[in-house]
Design a protein around this ligand. Structure first.
Ligand code: PMV
Length: 351
């Protein structure tokens, strides 16, 4: 007995961008310099599970437990998410005085990833998406995924895309308040259910340069970045959206690889340069080139985020060729650790 405990549990999937978000026009609100597009992975493979509860019984301070360890929530990004969600709940309570005043209760958030948090596998995206959705559910907020994406974006930019399954665009928007900087579904996973992703973990070590400081340095010092934003990304967005609509894998793959190359080129163009890819990553690039040459057409695409791990996109029909070839080529390459290999898995898409 005593005061009630209100509770809600949800999961959110990992997403891997094929047109990359890289650069903030507003670092406080996480407003991007360019639109981006991602594919959401299946929750059977990589996901965050989050339970949000609130009660007058709890200690007064909000708390967060991540994979069993107490975690700091005093950061501005997490605080922004909590503040916005509480404000939306408070509005509901104002309009309907019969509602319990959950907005005034301390929150307890318990979150778990079913993959190594430090492996550089976009854990912040799934993490903030799950946090926002769990609290929105707890508060019975009527907001749709696109509206929630505006809040999740403030936790981590890429998190806004994890509110949807399938093929998701982050429209960067033009408003200063960021209310038009949000995620939208381009196509559900069922539109192109043959899409697969293979994740190759080159290093499970935490990345050297955080995405926030890498972006800041790129915006401040790279000349190439200006061309990427003005010319390269708009072309890539248009081409890949058309490729998805037509289920044209060769076109999807070419944009994916070109955009990853373009993003890493702007990193190398900063002063001092930033290198996220390493020799092991480059071996994966060559393996994809060999696979495509041997097939006589483009059946595999690589992409790299702010770290050395490769994500390989392909269609189910090519699974044997791709997974087999990777194992052969990379088992002979130093740097692909055994524990990393066992982490590699064939990932299906999230509906
Ligand atoms: O959301 P952040 O701040 O972790 O940045 C993500 C940046 C990339 O993963 C490199 C690209 C992307 O669009 O996800």
């Amino acid at each position: 007995s005593g005061p009630p405990v209100y509770r809600s549990t949800t999961t959110a999937p990992v997403n891997i961008a094929v047109v990359k978000y890289w650069g903030k026009r507003d670092p406080k609100l996480n407003l991007a310099t360019n639109p981006s597009l991602s594919v959401t992975l299946s929750q059977d493979d990589l996901r965050t599970l989050t339970t949000a509860s609130c009660s007058a019984k709890f200690p007064k301070e909000d708390s967060l437990t991540l994979n069993g360890e107490p975690s700091d929530i005093s950061g501005a990004r997490t605080q922004a998410c909590l503040r916005e969600l509480r404000a939306l709940r408070a509005k509901l309570e104002e309009a309907d005085s019969s509602l319990p005043k959950l907005s005034e209760l301390p929150l307890r958030i318990v979150t778990e990833n079913n993959f190594p948090t430090a492996a550089g596998l976009a854990s912040s995206a799934a993490g903030f998406a799950a946090l926002v959705r769990a609290i929105a559910d707890l508060y019975r907020l009527p907001n749709n995924p696109t509206e929630l994406s505006v809040i999740a974006r403030q936790g981590s930019g890429s998190a806004c895309r994890s509110l949807f399954g399938g093929y998701v665009a982050w429209r960067d928007g033009t408003q200063e308040d960021g209310l038009d900087s949000k995620a939208v579904e381009v196509a559900p996973a069922s539109h192109w259910p043959e899409m697969r992703a293979l994740i190759l973990v080159a290093s499970a070590a935490k990345k050297g340069v955080s995405s926030t400081s890498g972006m800041q340095q790129t915006v401040a010092t790279s000349g190439l970045f200006k061309q990427r934003v003005a010319e390269v990304v708009p072309k890539h967005m248009a081409t890949i959206e058309e490729a998805i609509a037509k289920k044209d894998f060769a076109s999807f793959a070419e944009v994916t690889m070109r955009d990853s190359n373009s993003f890493h080129a702007t990193c190398a163009d900063t002063y001092p340069p930033i290198f996220y890819m390493n020799d092991t990553s480059r071996a994966a690039v060559r393996a994809v080139e060999q696979i495509n040459e041997k097939a006589g057409k483009t059946i595999a695409a690589y992409t790299f985020d702010a770290g050395p791990n490769a994500v390989i996109y392909f269609l189910e029909e090519s699974a044997a060729a791709i997974v087999g070839t990777f194992y052969k080529v990379l088992s002979a390459t130093e740097g692909w650790k055994d524990e990393a290999k066992s982490l590699s898995s064939e990932i299906e898409l999230e509906e």
